[in-house]
Design a protein around this ligand. Structure first.
Ligand code: SAM
Length: 210
């Protein structure tokens, strides 16, 4: 699925590097999971937690995990209708997967060759979900979640000033270069975080803490 800022092109090498750092059974958390390009390639022999502040997006992943099949054809009329509708899994799918460059409702995607963007997103999400059967999803701001002790965290927040930006990245300490590949950080970073609200959560193990 197209996703603005998604790591489709480098997910394999990024995940291979992260997998080489992960200790056996070490939990993994991705607080800005987006199109799940990276987490879907993380070694599943561990607790994997995906979260994102985008409600439609998390609803989409949760519903696909539960067996919902996203559409493989989406008309422009339906696209525009969803744009002004309430949050839902299908709105998450269409808002990203059928938009120009995967930008949230950034214009109905079309090219001169009649490419079927919905069909591509349909195939891509269903292929990915096979590798994410045990992933726990939560919809929350990264500051509202307390991850398990000792987990490895991969952060790929949006750039400041770009669409979808909401986090206050100045509160984060990380080892990233700031050039767009994200950052790997450790559990100690999150000691001050507390989960205050989890509006949507799904998966086999619930990562909530009170
Ligand atoms: C660059 S994208 C992540 C792309 C993802 N790594 C991929 O490969 O598809 C950044 C994500 O951060 C999410 N986001 C923005 N503000 C957030 C916040 N305060 N807390 C959690 N997620 C947030 C956006 O909804 C978006 O999905």
């Amino acid at each position: 699925m197209q996703y603005f800022g998604g790591k489709a092109k480098i997910c394999k090498s990024l995940a291979a590097y992260i997998n080489s750092l992960l200790k056996p059974d070490q939990p993994y958390w991705e607080p800005f999971c987006g199109g799940c390009w990276v987490i879907s390639n993380i070694d599943p022999v561990r607790l994997r937690i995906a979260s994102d502040a985008h409600l439609d997006l998390v609803q989409m992943w949760c519903q696909i995990l539960r067996g919902w099949i996203p559409p493989s054809q989406v008309s422009e009329e339906y696209y525009l209708q969803l744009k002004s509708s309430t949050p839902s899994a299908v709105r998450g799918f269409v808002g990203f997967g059928c938009s120009n460059s995967g930008k949230w409702f950034g214009g109905y995607a079309r090219d001169g060759n009649g490419r079927n963007y919905a069909g591509n997103a349909h195939n891509s999400t269903l292929k990915k979900i096979i590798k994410m059967q045990d992933v726990s999803f939560s919809c929350c701001d990264y500051r509202e979640y307390e991850p398990p002790e000792g987990c490895l965290i991969y952060c790929d927040p949006p750039y400041r000033g770009r669409p979808n930006i909401r986090p206050n990245t100045s509160t984060m300490t990380n080892s990233g270069t700031g050039s767009g590949e994200g950052a790997l950080i450790t559990r100690s970073w999150s000691r001050s975080m507390r989960l205050r609200r989890t509006s949507t959560a799904c998966g086999k193990s619930q990562p909530r803490r009170t």
